[in-house]
Every structure is written in structure tokens, then in C-alpha cells.
Design a protein around this ligand. Structure first.
Ligand code: PLP
Length: 420
């Protein structure tokens, strides 16, 4: 029995399912999850001594790979000055300035500790600002684990085959299919809606790009109906461009949620937007929002160091080049397997379906049994991929041509092995 399997058995005695977040349980694929010992650059090492090319990157944050020396040094220096004060610091101001400079829609920003908090508070703020209760979310998008958005959600909520979740209270959440502009407009016409929230490029139903004109159409419809447009860029922020999907697609939302990369691997997230809206937040405005560890010095240090490296000229061109390189190497094997590859920037999903899905309902038509076999075969070939068809892989910027050759060859072997 492997050390990972022994640890899983021990974990299950004291932690529900043995994991602190459901997707880690590997329930939708074959075999047990490896327990991780350490990460170094693009590699992950498990407690049984196996090494993997890591295309999960902690589900998005690790665009610079594991334990980047510049980030490690920044966190070490911050830790030596004290882990937390619950009081303002200069570093938070500089970091907020960096975020405002990078993300087009963000004039003011507030730091929180998780993406879940960011979307929860952005939605509360939208309700407070508009005086309306209802929000519209799109099928297959995931916005964290709070009540309003656990409806028709992607990621682990979809993997574990729940229509939503028992225990949630979300009477004011309307839904529409992703990439169906007419359906969204019909909802806005029928109800006073505080906000439309979406992932501008979906990553939590696997990687699904917005149809041409979709984001622009939502922007127009929201403006026409006095509804705030919220881009949940927890995954796409600092991933698809320094300014996120809103920079890449040239569509500016009213509010933006950030997470994952912005914290450089530490627990940090943010929400921001138009000054007029952000000024409704406590203590200047009446909408309450707070957090003991918000703006935590260690997380701020990791985030600032990460953003500093992302601002280096050519960073995103290089990331795009790497991502194109992997896609090109995989094109033949993927086509021979009757599968399809969906990629936007350095986010990608290999779908066991002949054409890339455009909507959540189409993702549900994939061959999940084959995905489960493929995923296990990838692990055995040394490639660590997200353990569900409803997730996107994330490429780190440090992948070399040799890494890409090895990764593509390993995935090609795993595809061949997973054929029934
Ligand atoms: C990961 C994710 C969240 C939730 O962030 P947590 O830090 O896990 O709470 C919200 N929205 C999107 C788009 C995400 O990918």
C-alpha cells in the first residue's frame, strides 16, 4: 500500500472524505489522490517519491511554478516582520495601487482572503448599490461556495453530481445558459436584477470561451437595465493578461473579483470596480464587509512579488507561446482519440467529445469514463492534471521546450492507453 493511500485512510478518520476541499478527493477519476510532499518549479513530488509535471498549479495560482525564489524571499522577509497586525500597512497600499494599475475596471479595491469572499461581497455590494435582490448567474460558472452562487454551478459542485447543494438559501438567484445572450437578456427584461455574475472565460466547466459578441452583449444589456456586470476573474485575472479577460476581450465590467494568482499561492483575493460603487462599502458607505486577516502581510508580500514578475515585458507573450506549443504538440493525438482541446491563453481542457463544448449542457455529454481512465494514465505517465472534466489545466510560465515535448508525449501515451 502506498504512503498516499495510508495517509488517505488516516485522513478520512478526522477530516470528512479525508480532504479539506471536495475536488481533491479524486472521486470522479480512478484511484486515490497522491499526497503531496513538495513542489519545485513546474514539478510536484508526492510522498511516495513520484514526480509529476504540474498542470494544476494549485488550481490556478501558481503561474510562476512552485516555490519561486523571488516569492519565497518576499514572504520570508514579511514573516520576519510579523505575520498579522489587523491594522493598515504600507504594503497593502502599494499592492492596491498595483491592482488598480493593472485591471481596467478597478478604480478601488478591497482585499479579502478567498475567492468565495470576493464574490459574496461583490454580490452584496451590487444588491446594496442597486437596491435589488435578484442576481443572474450562468450555468456551469463557479463563484465559490456561498449560497447565492451554489446554483447550477461548475467545478466540484458539478463533479459531485448535485443539482446545487442541500442547505443553501438562494431564492433570488436566476440562471441562464452560458453563451446564450438571448436567454440572459430575457431574464433582465423580466426581473429587476442587481447583477449578472460570470466567468468571462469559463474555467469551472472545463475551459469554455465566450462566443463572439457574448461579453459585449451582456455589457450592453446590463447598462440598459441598470444591472451591474460582475466579472469573476478569480481564475482569469493575471492569467489571460495582466488585466485579465477584460483586457484580453476589451469589455469592462462594473465590478471584478480576483483571487488565485493575485495571492501568489497564499490565501488572498480581492474585489474592486468603479469608485462610485466601491464607496458604498463600510466604513464610508452602509454595505458591511470585513475580515480579520484581510490584507494579511504574508499574502500581500506573495501577491506583490508575483505581480512584479508578471509585469516584466514579454511575460504574457511567452506564456502564450508555451501554451500554443503544447496545443500544437497535442493536436494529432487528441484528434486521433476523437477528443477535442479547448484553450484560451494558458487555460486548457481536453474534452472527450469530438468538438469543444460551448455550454454546460454540452460538457455533460463528454465521455466521463474515458476521462477517468485517461486521468489515471496521465498520473502514471508523470503528468498531474485536474481530476475532473469540469476543470481547466493551467500552464506555468516556466515550462521549457523539453518539458513541453515530454508532457505532450506522456499525454499522447495516456490517450492511447485510455482507449477502451
Ligand atoms: C476558485 C474560484 C472561486 C473560489 O475561490 P476560493 O478561493 O476557492 O474561494 C471563485 N470563482 C472562480 C471563477 C474560481 O475559479
Amino acid at each position: 500500500m502506498s504512503t498516499s493511500s495510508e495517509l488517505l485512510a488516516q485522513a478520512r478518520r478526522v477530516i470528512p472524505g479525508g480532504v479539506n476541499s471536495p475536488v481533491r478527493a479524486f472521486s470522479a477519476v480512478e484511484g486515490d489522490p497522491p499526497f503531496i510532499d513538495r513542489g519545485e518549479g513546474v514539478h510536484l513530488y508526492d510522498v511516495d517519491g513520484n514526480r509529476y509535471i504540474d498542470l494544476v498549479g494549485s488550481w490556478g495560482p501558481l503561474i510562476l511554478g512552485h516555490a519561486h525564489p523571488f516569492v519565497v524571499d518576499a514572504v520570508r522577509a514579511a514573516m520576519a516582520r510579523g505575520a498579522s497586525f489587523g491594522a493598515p500597512t504600507e504594503a497593502e497600499v502599494r499592492f492596491a495601487e498595483d491592482i488598480v494599475a493593472a485591471v481596467p475596471s478597478v478604480e478601488q479595491v478591497r482585499l479579502v482572503s478567498s475567492g468565495t469572499e470576493a464574490t459574496m461581497h461583490a454580490l452584496r455590494l451590487a444588491r446594496g448599490f442597486t437596491g435589488r435582490d435578484a442576481v443572474l448567474k450562468l450555468d456551469g460558472c463557479y463563484h465559490g461556495a456561498h449560497d447565492t452562487v451554489l446554483v447550477s454551478a461548475g467545478s466540484g459542485v458539478a463533479t459531485y453530481a448535485r443539482p446545487g447543494s442541500p442547505g443553501i438559501l438562494a431564492p433570488a438567484t436566476l440562471t441562464a445558459p452560458f453563451n446564450d445572450l438571448d436567454a440572459a437578456v430575457a431574464r433582465l427584461e423580466a426581473h429587476p436584477v442587481a447583477a449578472v455574475i460570470l466567468e468571462p472565460v469559463a474555467g469551472n466547466m472545463g475551459c469554455v470561451a465566450p462566443a463572439p459578441g457574448y461579453l459585449e452583449g451582456l455589457r450592453e444589456a446590463c447598462t440598459a437595465h441598470g444591472t451591474l456586470l460582475i466579472f469573476d476573474e478569480v481564475m482569469t485575472g493575471f492569467r489571460l493578461a495582466l488585466g485579465g479577460a477584460q483586457e484580453r476581450f476589451g469589455v469592462t465590467p462594473d465590478l471584478t473579483c480576483l483571487g488565485k494568482i493575485v495571492g501568489g499561492g497564499l490565501p488572498l483575493a480581492a474585489f474592486g470596480g468603479r469608485r462610485e460603487i466601491m464607496q458604498r462599502l463600510s466604513p464610508v458607505g452602509p454595505v458591511y464587509q470585513a475580515g480579520t486577516l484581510s490584507g494579511n502581510p504574508l499574502a500581500v508580500a506573495a501577491g506583490r512579488a508575483t505581480l512584479q514578475l508578471l509585469r516584466e515585458p514579454g511575460f504574457y507573450d511567452h506564456l502564450e507561446h508555451i501554451s500554443e506549443g503544447l496545443e500544437a504538440r497535442l493536436a494529432g493525438p487528441v484528434a486521433r482519440a476523437g477528443a477535442s482541446l479547448s484553450r484560451v491563453g494558458s487555460m486548457m481542457t481536453l474534452f472527450f467529445r469530438a468538438t469543444p463544448p460551448r455550454r454546460f449542457a454540452e460538457v455533460k455529454e463528454c465521455d466521463f469514463e474515458r476521462f477517468a481512465r485517461f486521468h489515471r494514465a496521465c498520473l502514471e505517465e508523470g503528468v498531474y492534471l485536474p481530476c475532473s472534466q469540469y476543470e481547466a489545466a493551467f500552464l506555468p510560465a516556466l515550462l521549457t521546450d523539453e518539458d513541453l515535448d515530454q508532457t505532450a508525449a506522456a499525454i499522447a501515451r495516456a490517450l492511447a492507453r485510455s482507449a477502451a
